[in-house]
Design a protein around this ligand. Structure first.
Ligand SMILES: Cc1cc2nc3c(=O)[nH]c(=O)nc-3n(C[C@H](O)[C@H](O)[C@H](O)COP(=O)(O)OP(=O)(O)OC[C@H]3O[C@@H](n4cnc5c(N)ncnc54)[C@H](O)[C@@H]3O)c2cc1C
Length: 453
């Protein structure tokens, strides 16, 4: 069964019992799936893609981009870990629970979860939402097709804010074709020259993905990646380590928590298993930290957590090692000082390394790989409007939108996905998004009930 795709309807969701979901990536599709399975609500998914599900992570993926999690953890259904593996088998591509599947394949899987949704209760409206306003017992969503969707509940599944342009990048450099502000934007890497050095700002998984793409073709000039600490994501062990018994405190203060984790590893526990265990408690630990301790974590420990938590698939790590050996990929430690257009084309970059200010270097392109920017300044147009109208508020540490534990920003207005960060620490990966979607579905009242707002 397929969901109905609507084009230019005048009014959607006019019947009571409608939830509008804005955003057709993993978060939107998993939310539709959870609502249709666990409640009597109808759904209208508003997103511009012809086939929702892939989103940024799985839509822009090239064949060499692998999931950074094992197949066993990536099922759309928390209670059915084999769901993805069965789907792979049915497609004639058998997979093992420990495999790191191509991201594009996983995007197909998510897209199938949407097209397989109950057609009588789900609609895909292909458009970009431009406004949400409270209206009586619900909301009205307006979009760029001119349609209005009335819904008692709205779920914002808008994904990550785009990266912030780092300070030091001049206005002229920002406008230069050689400066790539968002590597995930469609066609962003198409014009990157193969015969000139390229600089990636950031050394995390995004930088690794971009480096793999840039070094795929005829490039013979190295790619460099710069970050303050020069830390590279670690690799998953070839086989998953068994679970660890680690007694974590109910509420956390930062230093004792770090000591406890270190002690477990020093006592012989596998570090990746320890990190995976902490991850299962991360939201709780994060919310139990005092705001000042969370700030200290963000300033001093976040990158260390990230390189252990967001790991490379082993084949990806092998390719990175190969590129480094060949001199085609170099990681540099340093602070970006400035980027200006070079009079002969490309950009001039100044950075301060461990030895002080370095000589300016010229690059054919500079690509921002620094991850999502902070709110409100990095918000896209819809979110910026909602923040300006006061319909939602920026959440703790400017990482996302302020919500309660279920992801509700205000009565009937929900958030699923990375925009929950701040309130929830682990809001970005599929297992956590799946759990958020289930929580929203469970928290929705029965459609007949109209809670007063
Ligand atoms: C490169 C990459 C690799 C990843 N790999 C893994 C992995 O291996 N394992 C894992 O667990 N997690 C992984 N993640 C994390 C996680 O799976 C993704 O962040 C997740 O897919 C987020 O999905 P999303 O739907 O919230 O956001 P997105 O994928 O960004 O989708 C947002 C959607 O909202 C739509 N939208 C935005 N604004 C509007 C609007 N105004 N109106 C209508 N629609 C709108 C967009 O068109 C899009 O459909 C990865 C993330 C990235 C970026």
């Amino acid at each position: 069964m397929t969901s109905t795709v609507t084009r230019n309807p005048i009014e959607l969701g006019v019947r009571p019992g409608t939830v509008a979901i804005i955003g057709g990536g993993a978060s939107g599709v998993l939310t539709v799936r959870a609502i249709l399975r666990n409640s009597a609500w109808r759904t209208v998914l508003i997103s511009p893609e012809s086939r929702p599900g892939r989103g940024v992570a799985y839509g822009a993926a090239e064949p060499w981009h692998l999931l950074n999690s094992r197949a066993a953890t990536m099922s759309a259904d928390a209670h059915d870990a084999d769901h993805l593996l069965r789907w792979c088998r049915a497609r004639g591509r058998p997979a093992d629970p420990g495999d790191f599947l191509p991201r594009a394949l996983f995007g197909d899987y998510l897209a199938d979860q949407f097209t397989g949704a109950d057609r009588s209760r789900s609609v895909h409206h292909r458009a970009t939402a431009v406004g949400v306003r409270a209206d009586g017992h619900g909301y009205v969503v307006t979009d760029d097709s001119g349609a209005r969707t009335r819904a008692e509940h709205v779920v914002l599944a808008l994904g990550n804010p785009p990266p912030r342009v780092p300070s030091g990048v001049s206005e002229a450099a920002r406008r230069d074709v050689a400066f790539v502000a968002d590597p995930w934007a469609p066609g962003a890497l198409d014009a990157v020259p193969v015969d000139q050095p390229v600089l990636l700002l950031g050394t995390g998984l995004t930088a690794v993905d971009v480096a793999l793409t840039l070094t795929r073709g005829s490039r013979r000039v190295p790619v460099e990646a710069l970050s303050r600490r020069g830390l590279l994501p670690l690799a998953h062990p070839p086989r998953p380590a068994g679970p660890v018994a680690l007694d974590l405190p109910a509420t956390a203060t930062l230093a004792p928590l770090v000591r406890r984790i270190r002690a477990a590893v020093d006592a012989g526990a596998d570090w990746s298993a320890v990190v995976d265990h902490v991850r299962t408690r991360a939201d709780h630990l994060w919310s139990s930290l005092e705001p000042a301790a969370r700030e200290r974590f963000l300033r001093h420990a976040q990158r260390y957590w990230e390189v252990h938590r967001h790991r490379m698939a082993p084949p990806t790590a092998e390719r990175v090692a190969e590129l480094r050996e060949q001199g085609m990929l170099r990681f540099r430690t340093g602070r970006l000082v400035s980027i200006e257009p070079h009079p002969g084309g490309g950009l001039t970059v100044r950075a301060e390394g461990p030895g002080g200010l370095e000589a300016p270097r010229r690059y054919g392109a500079v690509i921002t790989c620094t991850g999502p920017g902070p709110l409100p300044c990095s918000a896209g147009p819809l979110l910026a409007d909602l923040l300006a109208d006061g319909l939602v508020r920026t959440g703790p540490h400017r990482l996302g939108i302020s919500t309660d534990d279920d992801g509700q920003a205000r009565p009937g207005l929900w958030v699923v996905g990375p925009l929950c960060r701040g309130r929830l620490w682990e809001a970005t990966a599929v297992p956590e998004i799946r759990a958020q979607a289930d929580r929203v579905a469970a928290a929705l009242p029965h459609p007949a009930v109209h809670p007063s707002r």
